[in-house]
Ligand binder design. Structure first.
Ligand SMILES: C[S@@+](CC[C@H](N)C(=O)[O-])C[C@H]1O[C@@H](n2cnc3c(N)ncnc32)[C@H](O)[C@@H]1O
Length: 450
């Protein structure tokens, strides 16, 4: 049976049921959509256009959840907390189709009513029909205009489906003219970037073999137009890996920083799952250096071992805050655990799960890890402090704290700023999806002076 986005009643039901089950798992069990959905698709043996439709419905609904819920609340005239949770999930799925897709309204409503009858309760099918018909009375823009309160960031957050506090974090960095673009970029699925491991395969060779395009910024990046990267031989045999171009740039910037004296011992203090370790390992291999990769979680340390197979990398399971001998490293990467606000486009549900208060605890750990890196590096050595977040509390504020020390100075990250326009932020690097097509990686490049 073939199904498509037209909303044909006989053809879209299974994809919608898969999407509903995935959304249920995310909302009821705190599952991750990118993990639960492939399992459901495999279980249903769903592929091709059906799988693409189920994915669009699942990811789209979860991504836009806060805005959809605000519209459902207004349309139904009731607090959604008073409705059973599985009904709310089904209503969100139906409303997403009405507001954000080209599925005809009658198909979105009737398929959701059928879904509710089968998967929730026939008793609430009339309510489902009534609420979705009210949602369909306006298009998305009209709903957003109706719900707008006149608060600039609150309204932008509503329009671009983010919690307001995240809009505030972005706005604090890019300023009012760019915040809408920064938020909108999170609603576009990221393209797949490959990293051609230096010394293993040339960028142009990988691009030709993978039917991709050479990346704009990283000398190792290849953009894939589509398809399964696991099926590309260079990836399967470890000569290339899937890695965001921004991650490649910040890892390579550590290796590119000027250094006098010994340059043999590189440390990756927060290594799991090993994407940056693998790139550093390949670069170290070309330069006669070695990488010690530290990861606190054993299962993630195993992933590092796999990612770095065949490279001069030693993996240590342990706490980066207490690792190693002071003054023993030439280059240290601290790719710190962070809020991940720079990679929201990768995880549809993530923005609604995070809380601003999460950053407070993370900032303490980030400062401790950076302090440990400063201890670990030798005088003259280099530290790259990296986060996949632009939030000031876990980026410039952490780096500025370290720069108050008399034995730390800021290094200009020219390997990136001279190559990538609009990437400099107060002497550091800040990449953005809407500017550069990368995750919003932050980099502070520091030197230990004495
Ligand atoms: C942002 S991720 C690193 C991503 C990795 N560099 C890559 O490119 O694949 C942060 C990692 O730090 C680890 N981590 C958290 N606290 C740590 C600590 N105290 N010491 C070492 N690793 C830690 C987390 O388990 C997580 O795997």
């Amino acid at each position: 049976m073939s199904r498509n986005e037209s909303g044909d009643l006989n053809t879209g039901v299974s994809a919608r049921r898969v999407a509903f089950d995935a959304i249920r798992a995310v909302s009821a069990e705190d599952a991750y959509a990118n993990i639960v959905l492939p399992k459901l698709l495999a279980h249903e043996r769903m592929s091709g256009r059906d799988a693409a439709f189920a994915t669009e419905l699942t990811y789209g609904t979860l991504r836009c959840l806060g805005t959809i819920e605000a519209i459902l609340t207004a349309a139904s005239g009731r607090d959604l907390d008073g409705l059973q949770a599985d009904l709310v999930d089904a209503l969100c799925l139906g409303a997403y189709q009405i507001l954000y897709t080209r599925v005809p309204v009658h198909a979105a409503v009737s398929t959701t009513v059928s879904l509710v009858k089968a998967a929730v309760s026939p008793r609430v099918s009339g309510l489902t029909n009534a609420v979705l018909r009210k949602v369909a009375a306006r298009d998305l823009d009209a709903w957003v205009d109706r719900l707008a309160s006149g608060d600039r960031l609150g309204d932008l957050a509503l329009r671009h489906a983010h919690p307001k506090w995240i809009a505030e974090e972005f706005d604090a960095v890019v300023g009012p003219d760019e915040t809408a673009a920064a938020l909108a970029a999170d609603n576009v699925a990221p393209p797949v970037h490959l990293c051609a491991k230096p010394g293993r395969i040339e960028q142009s060779d990988l691009a030709a073999k993978a039917d991709g395009n050479v990346g704009r910024w990283s000398p190792y990046a290849v953009y894939l137009p589509g398809g399964d990267p696991g099926k590309i031989k260079a990836v399967a045999v470890g000569r290339a890996s899937v890695q965001d171009e921004g991650s490649q740039l910040v890892a390579a910037a550590l290796a590119a920083a000027p250094l006098t004296g010994t340059d043999k011992t590189w440390v990756d203090l927060c290594a799991g799952p090993g994407g940056k370790t693998a790139l550093l390992g390949a670069l170290a291999s070309q330069r006669g250096a070695r990488v010690d990769a530290v990861e606190i979680q054993a299962h993630r340390a195993e992933l590092v071992t796999k990612a770095a197979k065949g490279l001069p990398v030693t993996v240590h399971t342990g706490d980066g805050r207490t690792y190693g001998t002071p003054g023993s490293a030439d280059r240290v990467l601290v790719d710190a655990p962070c809020s991940g606000l720079g990679a929201l486009r990768r995880r549809p549900e993530a923005r609604w799960r995070k809380r601003r208060t999460d950053i407070d605890g993370l900032a303490i750990l980030q400062r401790e890890l950076l302090a440990a890196a400063i201890e670990l590096v030798r005088p003259g050595g280099v530290i790259a402090y990296v986060t996949c977040s632009p939030a000031p509390e876990e980026t410039v504020e952490v780096a500025a704290g370290a720069l108050k020390r008399p034995d730390v100075e800021l290094l200009a990250p020219v390997s990136i700023t001279e190559r990538v326009p609009d990437s400099e932020r107060d002497g550091f690097v800040q990449l953005w999806p809407h500017r550069h097509g990368t995750d919003a990686m932050f980099l502070a490049l520091l030197r230990k002076t004495a």
